[in-house]
Design a protein around this ligand. Structure first.
Ligand code: CO
Length: 134
């Protein structure tokens, strides 16, 4: 069911500092920042050719990545996102396998305007996995 790696998402405490680092120190192509109020984050995408790195900072204290940054004040790897051909089929297969889906179990629209869902990291060896409809 698993397709290509769509992106790796890194939580950062300061998006401006992180995007400057990727652009100026690492020489990467970095998109313009976009705020995603429905996800509680402000993000940029770093184009690394075969995939993307998403840098995210919390929009406010209620952001879902806030607790992650409290545990990891310097930032860190927040999740990896894989593409799936059929998000509903992938969800049902995950459920049958006993994996917990975060939230109400229904896909919602992710940062790229496509349906996504997240698998509970305690069921996936400690890494939060996002599945995105290809
Ligand atoms: Co993501």
């Amino acid at each position: 069911m698993l397709g290509r790696l769509n992106h790796v998402a890194l939580a950062v405490p300061d998006l401006e500092v992180a995007m400057q680092f990727y652009r100026d120190q690492l020489g990467a192509r970095v998109s313009a920042p976009q705020s995603l109020p429905e996800h509680g984050v402000r993000i940029v995408f770093v184009d690394v050719g075969n995939s993307k790195v998403e840098l995210m900072e919390p929009l406010d204290d209620a952001s879902p990545i806030m607790s992650f940054l409290v545990r990891n004040p310097g930032g860190g790897t927040h999740h990896v996102c894989y593409e799936v051909a059929d998000i509903i089929a992938a969800r049902d297969k995950a459920k049958i396998a006993g994996l917990r889906i975060l939230g109400d179990g229904e896909p919602r629209i992710g940062a790229h305007g496509k349906p996504v869902l997240f698998l509970h990291p305690k069921d996936t060896f400690g890494t939060l996995i996002e599945l995105e409809q290809a």
